[in-house]
Design a protein around this ligand. Sequence first.
Ligand SMILES: [Zn+2]
Length: 335
Amino acid sequence: MTIVFSDKFNEHVITPDHPESPRRLEAIYDSLTKAGLWKNVLTPKDATMKELEAVHTLDYLSFLDKFGERALSIDTLVHKETFSIARLAAGGGIMAAEAAWKKEKPAIALVRPPGHHAGPQFGGGFCYLNNIAIAAKQVLHTAKKVAIVDIDVHHGNGTQQIFHHDPQVLYISTHQRYIYPGTGDPDDFGIGEGKGFTVNVPMMSGAGDSSFDFAYDKIVLPILSEYRPEMLLVSIGTDAHYRDPLASLTLSSNGFAREVSSLLDFAKRNCNNRIAFFLEGGYDLESLSEIITHTVGLFNGKNTPLKNVAIADAGCQELESLKSIVQMQKIYWKL
Ligand SMILES: [Zn+2]
């Protein structure tokens, strides 16, 4: 297993009281250290312009590089140092994906800023460069098909747009409906040759463990099995947790552990254990650090304890809606 991390990520401060803060990686570092899991840590290098240009337009990259002290949106400011730290985060994502590919073992990019809201020529939602998409493009130099699973509570509009017409990248997202960024409807299947390779599974406020279990058992895992990716990339935001202050799904830490473990299991059986995780959102430090620590523990066959395990959704709140998503997906997949 591999962890990719740099202290430099903590120099990225959007505003002093911003939820996407250095405290997030500090809490993860403390928790992994206490669990004896802070090992095999690689230090990333900057993504090259060529690697960035595989995903983002030159105009957008120049904007980030040359125009410090601007705002992409009210909560996503660009400071002088932002581009260089975002470039390092993108390089960290590439490093994690390459390590997982070569060593055939799970890897995790503990990076900031996050990336899944950044599209070809836009950023937003605390994201500047799309780390997971940039890494996926590099993997595609060798692999023919990869899958991205996005468990962050927000829809990864940037990732979706980058691969919307691309059958070589299957994008599957579970997310809360009607919150930022507002995209990710279940009938958005992709476009052109990419039709069928975007799978959106939105859920309403309150949805948690049993709804996620149904979504993974009946939609996410069967579609992954049918697609047969050579590698799995995972956008791991922990903001679908019930403690998270920015959203209102109710997944527990045990729920996260089950879904993460099912993805690890899938990759072991079907992708030569090639699976890389990329840190996205997650703003409650306690659930964030215990879920990430548990995930890294699972790489090592170690079950670290979880405290925030209350179950709010035991009766599959989303059952009818998820069944209708299964029906819709039957156009493309044998569900
Ligand atoms: Zn998020």
